[in-house]
Design a protein around this ligand. Structure first.
Ligand SMILES: [Ca+2]
Ligand SMILES: [Ca+2]
Length: 273
């Protein structure tokens, strides 16, 4: 019956798909109140090294146009929340396995907060030893942390059993008072899993439900802390089940693709069987 239902809704308009899908998946009782999980050792989240001179962070959000992105930002500079003279420029890079993660090409690195709100200079290489560099040395005004420097449009291209890491490093930050002094930042490592909308380390029926619940405004979107409580729908994991042109959004096709993988209508790499 499950197979028949999912085959039948492949090409049905979105609203007609969401509600039956929620009903279908919600029949598993524990998922309805799934605000806490018992999956331990989550490999989704970020782990930061000991701060050096600039404390950096990366968070996963939906951008203003609903495209899923991972931000690169600075929380502290030279041990201070107030950078001497303000931050004026940065140079950063992201490294990854291009078989599992791509940065949208072209223009997959978006601007952040003023004065870095325009798209930075960027070079995207999604080969196996993927590396995307991005830098902005054009600011004429400065700003204080916390600040988002850039946003990476991350697209997961692996399979449901292939965790993928994205390593973001800020190599060089300069401030107005120290324009010639290169201050290094932390390295932030984030782990993703294609289709793992609940971000608990595996892909199962809860992930299709988390996408459907977000679309029905029953669940918020964002990134839970490492280890849970698995309350939010992860935009990059969930949105990448069905790849979208121009960057991934979270929509009903993602819930459907996850459900079809579970029903073996698609393989573990989300390809129709
Ligand atoms: Ca999951
Ligand atoms: Ca999608």
């Amino acid at each position: 019956m499950l197979l028949d239902k999912m085959k039948g809704i492949k090409n049905t308009p979105a609203l007609l798909v969401i509600l039956p899908l929620i009903g279908l998946l919600s029949s598993i009782p524990f998922l309805l109140g799934a605000q806490s999980g018992n999956w331990e050792g989550s490999n989704v989240g970020d782990a930061q090294t000991v701060p050096t001179s600039a404390v950096t962070e990366s968070i996963v959000i939906l951008d203003t146009d609903n495209i899923a992105v991972a931000t690169t930002g600075i929380l502290e500079f030279l041990g201070l929340t107030t950078a001497p003279g303000g931050i004026l420029s940065y140079d950063a890079e992201a490294t990854y396995d291009g078989n599992l993660i791509n940065i949208l090409d072209p223009n997959g690195v978006r601007g952040g907060d003023v004065p870095f709100d325009a798209a930075p200079t960027q070079n995207i290489d999604n080969s196996t030893t993927g590396i995307t560099t991005f830098t902005d040395t054009t600011a004429t005004t400065s700003t204080q942390p916390p600040i988002t420097l850039a946003k990476l449009v991350v697209v997961l291209v692996g399979c449901k059993n292939q965790p993928a890491t994205l390593t973001v490093t800020i190599n060089d930050v300069r401030s107005v008072d120290f324009p010639a002094e290169s201050i290094p930042g932390d390295t932030v490592v984030k782990t993703f899993l294609r289709g793992d909308a609940r971000a608990d380390g595996n892909v199962n029926v809860a992930d299709a439900l988390f996408v459907a619940q977000y679309l029905a405004q029953l669940r918020s979107i964002g990134e839970d802390p490492v280890g849970g409580p698995y309350a939010l729908t992860h935009p990059i994991n969930g949105g990448s089940a069905k790849d979208d042109v121009g960057g991934n959004k979270v929509n009903v096709a993602d819930a459907l693709f996850i459900a079809q993988v579970l029903a073996v209508l698609r393989d573990e790499c989300y390809i129709l069987t």
